[in-house]
Ligand binder design. Structure first.
Ligand SMILES: [Zn+2]
Length: 338
């Protein structure tokens, strides 16, 4: 029995579809295989999050360019949550997060996790060359690539996208974490949705990856790459009312509206992130990659403000309250010397 629909040709309708209209052609997640000169396929997944259209638009631009030509390398691609894309949502309420259900996930088995297992097995049987999963984020962030294994080929693949690389091992169940077990794998973060620059950057990257014959097993020169390691994920505690608006009288935690400007900037100890009211316990929780609570290592309350107490670099800080509730407030990172 098969859990994922597979198609081995390029449907022309794909070249003109929009992220919103895609579901009428492919109502379920679908895996495509196109054959090229090098047999080992490049694998690309897009729309694991339905409100992150850049990956699909970049892939579509690539498909338009390569239609009717001989591919330098086989290309397999996965169109993820087309139903959520129709509504420009990360996921629908009754769906799991499509980037937490891949092999290695800590969630219970579902039809979606059986599907992702089958995709990984299918790509392994086809001798996958490399895997690329493409996302947007909600905050003001530069473009960067994420890897889940510190390995020369992974670093080579990541540095083709840019000099900024983030290494993480949590959350579990992400696409790039699953593929890291069988081939070089990256997640691309292409900034906010809706910017042509993000689509063009991801397209150029995909086009390059399709044309390289091998990934070198050599270190990337240190001056070409900055690698950061995620050391904590920060969430706002469930019982806390937070807001970005001064007028919000109910708020226990009044977050600074300029927060997202701190993304990928080293912020010194003593930096204030929020005002707090009638509070002695910290309103947020920081967990390290093993799930251990490390909030006190990074945060203090001083004079009714929430402060950072050691130099750190945040990423993914966002002003989107729904994302803060569903996912997290931010990640904290430290530079890795390779
Ligand atoms: Zn995403």
């Amino acid at each position: 029995m098969s859990f994922v629909k597979q198609i081995d040709y390029l449907p022309k309708e794909l070249l003109t579809a929009t992220p919103q209209s895609l579901h009428s052609l492919f109502p379920e997640p679908t895996l495509f295989h196109l054959t090229g000169k090098h047999e080992e396929p490049l694998f690309v997944s897009v729309l694991l999050h339905g409100n992150e259209p850049t990956g699909f638009l970049a892939l579509q631009k690539l498909l338009i360019k390569i239609q009717d030509t001989e591919l330098p390398r086989s290309l397999s691609f996965f169109l993820g949550n087309t139903q959520a894309a129709n509504q420009s949502l990360r996921r629908l309420d009754d769906q799991p997060d499509y980037n937490r259900i891949w092999p290695g996930t800590e969630y219970i088995e579902t039809k979606e996790s059986r599907m992702t297992k089958e995709i990984v097995e299918t790509m392994q049987q086809r001798n996958i060359f490399a895997s690329i999963d493409i996302h947007n984020n909600t905050g003001l962030n530069p473009h960067y690539a994420c890897i889940n294994k510190l390995d020369n080929q992974f670093l080579q693949l990541a540095s083709l996208f840019g000099r900024l690389v983030v290494y993480f091992t949590r959350p579990k169940g992400v696409q790039s974490g699953a593929f890291a077990e069988i081939c070089p794998a990256v997640t691309l973060e292409c900034g906010k949705p809706g910017h042509q620059h993000g689509v063009d950057h991801a397209f150029e990257y995909l086009n390059s990856c399709l044309h390289i014959s091998q990934l070198l097993d050599q270190p990337v020169p240190p001056h070409d790459i900055d690698v950061y390691h995620t050391v904590a994920q920060v969430t706002v505690n469930q019982d806390i009312n937070f807001s970005f608006e001064d007028e919000d009288a109910d708020a226990d935690l009044l977050l600074d509206k300029e927060l997202e400007r701190m993304n990928f900037t080293e912020i010194p100890a003593g930096t204030q992130l929020a005002n707090v009211f009638d509070m002695t316990a910290l309103p947020i929780t920081a967990k390290d990659e093993t799930g251990k609570i490390v909030t006190d290592n990074f945060f203090s309350i001083i004079d009714n403000t929430l402060q950072i107490n050691k130099t750190t670099m945040p990423s993914m800080l966002t002003l989107d309250e729904k994302v803060i509730k569903q996912d997290c407030l931010c990640y904290l990172m430290e530079r890795l010397e390779l």
